[in-house]
Design a protein around this ligand. Structure first.
Ligand code: UFG
Length: 348
């Protein structure tokens, strides 16, 4: 039996593929390569001598025929679903594209998975489902009032999974990530977006001289230094959480089919529970790289909440999740090693 990873050529997807393969799982990847990198799939597992070639299907989650073919060719036990469009700003410009890829694509995927008897589904959700939080740190039961189409689509999919459980018995875990950063310790895979919009890679590209400077999006937020506060979490810790979610789902399905502890559609936050301002991240990046990293203050970026910090107590207690990279300097240093070794990402 294999685990189907959609979006397995993307940033968090490829690190999760590497994590699963490192723990002896059979993995099948579907990715349309619109944002991901073909090399990332195999490179993540390169260190494993006996892992062999990871089956890769270039396909789109909106394509029911292509997905059906994948389910025909492989015996799929569980799905880990990353494939999505994920830029907050872009989602405001092209909301219908976000609904088409994220909501419609997931609908096709879930229908196909259910039709092929899949009982376990792990979904890549987001802190963007909360919108402007009412309290810090955010807990899973807090209101979900997304402030952009991206967050709306992620929330809609969580609800879709809830109803798929009610109707079809599909057991799911949705993982709401906060700010992913860092790279695989073997430096074969890391973050490579085109265009890059995320703070840490932009700071490091500036340190490498690939950008003249960085713009801090607003210094008039109600925070100590006026810049936005985020909860940065290492990509390998996110990858580990997906593996733990699969273990939980597997346990509930029961090896003897008794289904003694049936799960529904669960949600977990994934963050370190500690917020850092843009200014603090800038300071950390300067310290790690030893480079100046010129920065100027610009206007706020529309849709940015002032503070997003997770309570991940549930993930720690229920999944047994223990982040290994809790400090910001370590996370930035991990990303820096990747950027130094692969200044053009997968573009060599
Ligand atoms: N920032 C800058 N300058 C930049 C880039 C970012 O000041 O050049 C700031 C942003 O305004 C924000 C912080 O740095 O305050 C972090 O921004 P990122 O773009 O790195 O990350 P976001 O917090 O916007 O986005 C992340 C995920 C999204 C998710 C969102 C939840 O990447 O997928 O958290 O709000 F939806």
């Amino acid at each position: 039996m294999a685990i189907l990873v959609t979006g397995g050529a993307g940033y968090i997807g490829s690190h999760t593929v590497a994590e699963l393969v490192a723990h002896g799982e059979s993995v099948v990847v579907v990715d349309n390569l619109s944002l991901g990198h073909r090399q990332a799939v195999q490179r993540g597992a390169r260190a494993l001598a006996d892992s062999g070639e990871i089956p890769f299907h270039m396909g789109d989650i909106r394509d029911a025929h292509a997905l059906t073919e994948v389910f025909r060719q492989h015996e799929i036990e569980a799905v880990v679903h990353f494939a999505a469009r994920s830029l907050v700003g872009e989602s405001v410009q092209v909301p219908l594209d976000y609904y088409e890829t994220n909501v419609w694509g997931t609908t096709v995927l879930v229908k196909t998975a259910v039709a092929h008897g899949v009982k376990s589904f792990v979904f890549s959700s987001s802190a963007a489902t909360y919108g402007e939080p009412l309290r810090t740190p955010i807990q899973e039961e807090d209101p979900t009032l997304p402030t952009n189409p991206y967050g709306e689509t992620k929330r809609a999919i969580e609800r879709l999974l809830y109803w798929a459980h009610q109707a079809h018995g599909l057991q799911s875990i949705s993982l709401r990530y906060f700010n992913a950063a860092g790279a695989h310790p073997d430096l074969q895979i890391g973050e490579d977006h085109h265009p890059e919009t995320h703070l840490i890679p932009i700071l490091l590209q500036t340190a490498l001289g690939q950008r003249p400077g960085v713009t801090v999006f607003g210094d008039d937020y109600p925070t100590d230094d006026g810049t936005c506060i985020r909860d940065y979490v290492h990509v390998m810790d996110l990858a580990a959480a997906h593996r733990l979610a699969l273990i939980r789902l597997r346990g509930s399905n029961g090896s003897n089919g008794s289904n003694a502890n049936k799960l529904g559609a669960e949600v977990f936050n994934l963050g370190n529970g500690q917020g850092f301002s843009v200014q603090q991240v800038l300071t950390a990046a300067r310290a790690v790289t030893g480079r100046a990293i010129p920065a100027t203050v610009g206007p706020r970026r529309p849709g940015d909440p002032a503070v997003l910090v997770a309570s991940s107590d549930r993930a720690r207690q229920v999944l047994g999740w223990q982040p290994q990279f809790a400090d910001l300097t370590g996370i930035v240093a991990s990303a820096w090693r990747w950027h130094q070794g692969a200044p053009n990402g997968y573009g060599v």
